[in-house]
Ligand binder design. Structure first.
Ligand code: PLP
Length: 425
């Protein structure tokens, strides 16, 4: 009964609700609750928007106090006290300690809009239109971002040609082919057919594309090639950023310095919409208002974001603790993957961004359904949805990690039994 209004009123485009058909009502930390009061461990985190968990108390208090004192809510790109405090915290605790000198562009509040801004400013700066993007990359579904996205079904949704992107193989895409050797060769060959690109856009871990991890060496070589050919480097940190892989930006361990970084999802502290394009000063060629958007001044997001930066990123304690949690998660998942060798379970990923790939493309969806019935929220990803994606909130404790992985283990066993039953019919 309660579901009917959704099916009656919402467009056929709705998707997560199809594989996770529960009606959510509350969330706290790493738990969510449906309207019947059933609790679920959240290994989904709203696709990486809730790295600090549901309703983190400091963010809730800061936003509640702000609203109670008539704090201004929406300000386009006018100056506000909340924005000043966010920028100061972001500079002090995120950019400065990492030796990064970017200007901050507040775009419309979706990741796709930050990607649009990044692509546009790179094209403006270089006067070139072509951009290199990678197989299985995902950068959003507005037309510019969609042109850089690999997923065919999403691309078909455009209903028109998607232009000005050259697709290159991501690391490990084809066994035995070095994708960067290929890129370099094509850039060096005036007859390769590759128009000199304005930029190369990449994810360090392709999230929607199936948790495909680029090695640090590959990232460093990518940067060297971009520099040698005067091509701008755009790191899409929308899903990998804000600590998801263990450091604030996922590219940090490689030592590279992208020219543009897109950030969204968890930057809003508690799921408040906000998106940023961080732009190297020499690339910031925008004229006033050239990229625009009404909701670039979400002050509730500024307040929540600042509260979380102040709590977690002022010193290294949170990141140090995160390393231990990542080790625990890794140990437990290695055991689970080894135990479930029958459906061809393969562990992949980095930090708190992990995936379990299965041979039968339908198997991951069955695991997701079984997990839901056992009280665990997980997503699937990959070209055929063949990968179970695991994104626990970073604030999860050891008991939560252990419980979540135990439920996952049980869900894989349930899906294996169901598959065997089907096969014997
Ligand atoms: N880029 C990456 C790497 C993403 O994972 C996503 C969304 O999942 C986007 C861009 C698009 O963000 P949004 O869905 O907020 O437009």
């Amino acid at each position: 009964m309660a579901m009917n209004i959704f099916e009656k009123m919402e467009s056929g485009v709705r998707s997560y609700c199809r594989s996770l058909p529960i009606v959510l009502s509350r969330g706290r930390g790493y738990h969510v609750f449906d309207e019947q009061g059933n609790s679920y461990i959240d290994f989904f985190s709203a696709a990486g928007s809730l790295n600090y968990g549901h309703n983190p108390p400091e963010a809730v208090a800061a936003v509640s106090d702000y609203l109670a004192s008539d704090g201004i809510v929406t300000t386009l790109d006018m100056y506000s006290v909340a924005k000043r405090e966010f920028l100061a915290a972001f500079e002090l605790s995120i950019l400065k300690p990492r030796g990064l000198d970017y200007v901050v562009q507040f775009t419309g509040p979706t990741g796709a809009n930050a990607v649009e801004a990044a692509l546009k400013v790179a094209r403006l700066k270089t006067g070139r239109s072509n951009v290199v993007a990678f197989t299985n990359g995902y950068h959003g579904v507005s037309l510019g971002a969609l042109a850089a996205t690999g997923n065919n079904s999403k691309r078909q949704g455009a209903g028109q040609a998607l232009n000005n992107v050259t697709r290159m193989p991501f690391e490990g895409y084809v066994d035995g082919i070095d994708s960067l050797d290929l890129l370099e060769r094509m850039l060096d060959d005036p007859s390769s057919g590759l128009d000199h690109p304005a930029a190369i856009i990449f994810e360090t871990v392709q999230a929607e594309g199936g948790i495909n991890v680029a090695s640090m060496d590959w990232l460093r070589r990518l940067e060297r090639i971009a520099r040698a050919h005067d091509i701008l480097l755009i790191a899409d940190e929308i899903q990998t950023g804000c600590g998801r892989t263990g450091t604030f930006f996922s590219f940090e361990p490689s030592g590279i310095t992208p020219d543009i970084v897109t950030v969204s999802k968890s930057i809003g502290g508690m799921g408040m919409p906000m998106a940023l394009a961080l732009i190297a000063r020499h690339v910031d060629v925008w004229s006033a208002g050239q990229h625009n958007g009404t909701f670039r001044g979400n002050n509730l997001a500024f307040v929540a974001a600042r509260a979380m930066i102040d709590k977690y990123w002022r010193d290294s304690r949170f990141a140090d603790g995160l390393k231990l949690k990542i080790d625990l998660l890794d140990d437990l998942l290695v055991t689970v993957a080894a135990k479930h060798w029958k459906p061809g379970c393969q562990l992949r990923g980095r930090g708190m961004m992990r995936g379990l790939k299965f041979q039968d493309p339908d198997f991951a969806t069955r695991v997701q359904a079984a997990a839901l019935s056992h009280g665990l929220l997980i997503e699937t990803c990959g070209p055929k949805d063949e990968v179970v994606k695991l994104l626990p909130p970073l604030i999860i404790d050891d008991a939560g990690i252990a419980r979540g992985v135990a439920l996952l283990d049980k869900a894989i066993a349930t899906a294996t039994t169901a598959a065997a039953d089907l096969a014997s019919v």
